[in-house]
Design a protein around this ligand. Structure first.
Ligand SMILES: Cc1ncc(C[n+]2csc(CCOP(=O)(O)OP(=O)(O)O)c2C)c(N)n1
Ligand SMILES: [Mg+2]
Length: 582
């Protein structure tokens, strides 16, 4: 009697692959060059774009690409741009994404963008061509140990050392990148592997189903804790957007009469702006966050980081009396910094779906009434209620020149198309952006999640590729823009519908503000870009992108509408106040 393998096929000699004749193995055996196997494996993992910047060590891949037109190569003109484009694509698509950079210096260039991708939880397979094994020992130009370089920022870092391992490594890399918490992985591809040929078992793609929910007993504990709250609030986080759970989060908020704050790290939209329980975004000032949360006795952290801040403060952002319930699929974030009463590592959508019926059926009439009363109170002070005051502030500054941030933001946000996707990296010009920008759907906004400058210009390219047909507006500070300005070229080359808004205050204004507030010093060295001034219109035009400069508030909205409706890449440079002219 023969043994039985997968699909019930017979196995003649189970230990010897060459003699296996069941369909599963038959289908996956191929005779290929390493370079072909690499591309075929990417394709069979569902990858559609390869973001890259080629050099000599990547030539085998470049040789293979013409045979696989279904894998689109997206050229970035520096490796940080390449990885930021891939990061944008992964953030907007939630799909496994591939990027390829050039040996040690290219990987070095990419590290800041890789840090951002790690922070965003972007499932990226990052590869680099490597000198041929043995040749590397001679320490030729460009050589260094690539896995060691990438290791601190990725979930798995490895070099392929024999051709037969390539499929297993790539399959595992894909699985690891896509397993929650998602994140980038790195594979070093020596030239001798890419140029070798042989029989390969290509294996098959596997994903770990992430839709886990807590045990009934845990749901019971949550229900008890939620019912006992007198004044609950929710911190809504990116996992609600990733898993399309806004409706369920809104249901929880309404059921409990809970205020909803969006998490301080601007990963994404995390709750609809117009919902009556939405109180807006938490800031990254410890004092301010503490004051905001002070009135609440129960904080329900839904798929969010628990109060990740930016700069040091002796003040703890979490009020001492507040009880904390935390639900996230990123176990590292649970109970990490602050006392947490209940923590559960699970999928927000599945958990809310299981929790809500439980909660609703067990609430008493008195609890329901109390929740409804809280909902009524929230109506009087929510995001929508406060909007007219912000407009009034913007209008009061309309005639100031150069423009102030509130005046500029009001004109930028007031007539945006409903389906626009906003990408933000504009520092002082946009710390008020969440107060003016209406966001309804989960993929309407991507912010500078990690703090590492250089994401927005190339990130918008990846986001636009992931969301074809939707207009993208990237609003970027002049300083930030210069970290990855080459990204404009790829947007122009691909004719993507992206409008870049550069808020030009000819300085690193936020750094100046912090020098004053944190160090009590107003001698600004290395924070101005006045001499010579940078002309962003000329920069864009030199890369084939139409551009215009705006100094008057009333010109902003029509210019933006025209650019967004054009379906073409355009750049609008808005001249802004630097805040320190004396
Ligand atoms: C990769 C990287 N380098 C440097 C910094 C430090 N940094 C933070 S904000 C900033 C200035 C940003 O200037 P700009 O984009 O013009 O915004 P503004 O503050 O002028 O509105 C700098 C240099 C950083 N966060 N990331
Ligand atoms: Mg600036």
């Amino acid at each position: 009697m023969p043994d039985h393998g997968p699909n019930g096929a017979s196995v003649k000699h189970a230990r010897d692959r060459a003699f296996v004749d069941f369909r599963y193995a038959f289908d996956t055996m191929k005779n290929l060059f390493g370079r072909q196997a690499f591309v075929e494996l990417l394709l069979s993992e569902g990858i559609t774009h390869l973001f890259g910047n080629p050099g000599t060590t990547e030539l085998p891949i470049m040789q293979a690409l013409p045979d696989y037109p279904e894998l689109k190569f997206i050229l970035g003109l520096q490796e940080s741009v390449v990885v930021a484009m891939a990061d944008g694509f992964a953030r907007a698509s939630h799909q496994l994404t591939a990027a390829n950079v050039h040996v040690a210096p290219g990987l070095g260039n990419a590290m800041g963008a890789l840090y951002n991708a790690k922070f965003s939880g972007s499932p990226i397979i990052l590869t680099a061509g490597q000198q041929e094994q043995g040749h590397g020992l001679l320490e030729p130009l460009l050589y260094d140990s690539l896995p060691a370089m990438a290791a601190p920022l990725v979930k798995w870092s490895v070099e392929v050392t024999q051709l037969q391992d390539l499929p297993r490594i790539l399959r595992r890399a894909a699985k690891v990148a896509c397993t929650y918490p998602m994140g980038p992985v790195f594979i070093s591809l020596p030239g001798d592997i890419l140029n070798a040929e042989g029989p390969l078992d290509m294996g098959q793609s596997i994903r770990i189903d992430p839709r886990v929910r807590p045990a009934d007993e845990v749901l019971g504990q949550w229900t008890q804790a939620l019912r006992s709250a007198r004044r609950p609030c929710i911190i809504a986080g990116q996992e609600l957007a990733i898993h399309d759970a806004f409706g369920l989060a809104a249901d929880l908020a309404e059921t409990l009469g809970a205020a909803v704050f969006q998490e301080p790290v601007p990963y994404s939209t995390s709750f609809p702006t117009d919902h009556p329980n939405n109180m807006g975004m938490l800031t990254r000032s410890q004092e301010n966050v503490r004051a905001t949360l002070e009135p609440y006795d129960l904080i329900i952290c839904l798929g969010a980081d628990l109060l990740r801040m930016s700069v040091y403060s002796p003040v703890e952002p979490l009020p001492e009396h507040a009880r904390v319930l935390h639900l996230s699929e990123r176990p590292w974030e649970l109970g990490k910094n602050y006392r947490t009463e209940l923590a559960v590592s699970a999928n927000v959508r599945e958990t809310l779906r299981a929790l809500l019926p439980n909660l609703k059926s067990s609430m008493s009439d008195a609890e329901r009434q109390a929740a409804q009363q809280r909902n009524q109170v929230l109506l009087t002070d929510n995001w929508n209620q406060r909007y007219p005051q912000r407009v009034a502030l913007a209008q009061s500054q309309q005639d100031q020149r150069p423009l102030t941030a509130p005046a500029m933001l009001w004109h930028v946000t007031r007539e945006l198309p409903r389906d626009v996707i906003v990408v933000e990296e504009a520092l002082t010009s946009t710390h008020a952006l969440p107060q003016y920008l209406r966001r309804q759907d989960p993929d309407s906004f991507y912010g500078l999640a990690s703090g590492g400058l250089g994401f927005a210009i190339p990130g918008a390219v990846g986001i636009s590729l992931a969301k074809p047909g939707r207009p993208v507006m990237a609003i970027v500070g002049d300083g930030s823009a210069m970290y990855s300005i080459q990204g404009l070229w790829t947007a122009a080359h691909l004719k993507l519908p992206i409008t870049y808004v550069i808020t030009n205050n000819r300085s690193y204004r936020i750094i100046k503000e912090r020098l004053v507030s944190m160090q009590n010093c107003d001698q600004f060295i290395g924070m101005d870009m006045q001499d010579p001034p940078i002309d962003f219109c000329q920069l864009a035009e030199s890369m084939g992108m139409q551009a215009r400069r705006i100094t008057e508030a009333q010109d902003i909205t029509p210019a933006l509408q025209q650019a967004l409706a054009s379906g073409r890449p355009q750049l609008i440079e808005i001249m802004m106040s630097n805040g320190f002219d004396r």
